[in-house]
Design a protein around this ligand. Structure first.
Ligand code: DNO
Length: 406
């Protein structure tokens, strides 16, 4: 797989040129300053491309070309936003940038309650705790329908925790949860979040899925013609929060959406960290089922916390080879998929991957990296994943392995 790295653009505290030392082969980035629904111009794409090429890199994957809320809810400026989306795809394809990731999560992108939870080894990791989340939902946001979404045990524990929380702890919790909102650097007020939630009243999961299929029916044929591979990122975490619908949480969700618009351009981003929070997730089986349509892989591991609820588990972001996901099996399955594509003569045989997220380790601690995206933690993740890939190739190709290793 092509060993890529997410870089947030010139504002990223990690310098592109340093990534050569990390062994990074390709870059995943986006024009984060362009609001969803607006066109990515040729000029801005070219500018970013030339910054990358000065450091010796191609722009391998766009993550993300965001889908606006108007498209997700089919309201307001939807038609203009769809037109802008297609224009941006054409501009990207004209620069030979052909892999485009997006997600269809309402309002929230990823959600965690702690961004830097101390780990026994001294580093820090992102974490989701349902009771903290319920404190935010029931007592900070005061969402009235929230009471129906939690068991009595969770609601009571949330009440007790809220009563014992200092004002600064409440502010930090709000900040951590809203870090996954669009434009996360702005400060979101509780009122802003309430207004956003209202835009989804009456949108059931069935309706949201239909809206996703409508979006793909419009856009995937254009992508197909341009040779662009679109790849939908799963819900993170893979269950409903704040009463919002979620429709890309399981392998079956992917099956339904990939079948509904049956074009190679309508593909998947396999994010093992997001999907892997669900107990039912089976990484190698996901690759076996959807392999030809996986255009991008986010390799990350999570560990469910023992004793938490099976359907809405607490979890933390584990080291890449240490969580609940069978990472080695998943990487092997992806490598086998590449081999299959080569045999088929597919030009896009190589799957771009990136070490998704990383724990904060050593000199990452106390630094200013984007939550989940520290240098050393991701470098450790990439090094471990590279080892798995290298040993797979070795076992496949070396004559020594063939004759001496069972
Ligand atoms: C979290 C990421 C997500 C993902 C987008 C894709 O760190 O995996 O933000 O990039 O949801 O659209």
């Amino acid at each position: 797989m092509k060993q890529c790295w997410r870089w947030f653009g010139p504002e990223d505290p990690i310098k592109l040129i340093d990534l050569q030392q990390v062994g990074v082969e390709g870059i995943v980035t986006a024009l984060h300053d362009v609001p969803p629904g607006e066109v990515w111009t040729n000029k801005s794409i070219l500018e970013r491309k030339s910054v990358l090429s000065t450091a010796g890199y191609d722009w391998d994957v766009v993550e993300s070309l965001p889908v606006s809320e108007a498209i997700k809810t089919q309201t307001g400026q939807m038609q203009n936003h769809l037109a802008a989306y297609k224009t941006s795809l054409r501009a990207l394809a004209a620069q030979d940038i052909k892999t485009v990731c997006y997600n269809f999560m309402p309002i929230l992108d990823w959600t965690r309650t702690e961004l830097r939870a101390q780990q026994p080894h001294g580093g820090a990791a992102m974490l989701f705790d349902l009771i903290d989340f319920a404190v935010f939902d029931l007592h900070i946001l005061e969402r009235s329908a929230g009471v129906d979404d939690y068991s009595v045990a969770v609601s009571s524990a949330a009440y007790v925790r809220f009563c014992g929380m200092s004002d600064s702890a409440k502010t930090l919790l709000k900040k951590n949860i809203t870090a996954g909102l669009p434009g996360a650097n702005d400060s979101w007020s509780v009122e802003d979040v309430r207004l956003l939630l209202e835009t989804y009243s009456g949108i059931t999961p069935q309706r949201l899925r239909a809206n996703l299929v409508d979006f793909l029916s419009e856009v995937a044929p254009v992508a197909q013609e341009l040779g662009v591979r679109m790849c939908c990122h799963p819900d993170d975490p893979p269950f409903s929060l704040l009463g919002l619908p979620r429709v890309m949480s399981t392998s079956d969700d992917y099956g339904a959406v990939l079948d509904a618009v049956d074009l190679p351009a309508n593909g998947a981003t396999l994010c093992t960290g997001s999907l892997g929070v669900a107990q039912s997730f089976d990484g190698p089986a996901f690759v076996q089922r959807h392999g030809p349509r996986i255009h991008f892989a986010h390799l990350r591991n999570t560990k469910r916390i023992i004793g938490s609820l099976p359907d809405m588990p607490d979890f933390f972001e584990a080291a890449h080879l240490e969580g609940d996901t069978d990472m080695i099996g998943t990487v092997h399955a992806l490598m086998a998929e590449q081999k299959r594509r080569c045999a088929e003569g597919r030009v896009d045989w190589q799957i771009p991957m990136r070490p998704d997220h990383g724990q904060e380790l050593l000199s990452d601690l106390g630094g200013d990296s984007t939550p989940g995206y520290p240098l050393i933690g991701r470098m450790r993740g990439l090094a471990e994943l590279r080892g798995v890939m290298a040993s797979y190739s070795y076992m496949q190709n070396s004559s020594y392995a063939k004759s001496n290793i069972d």
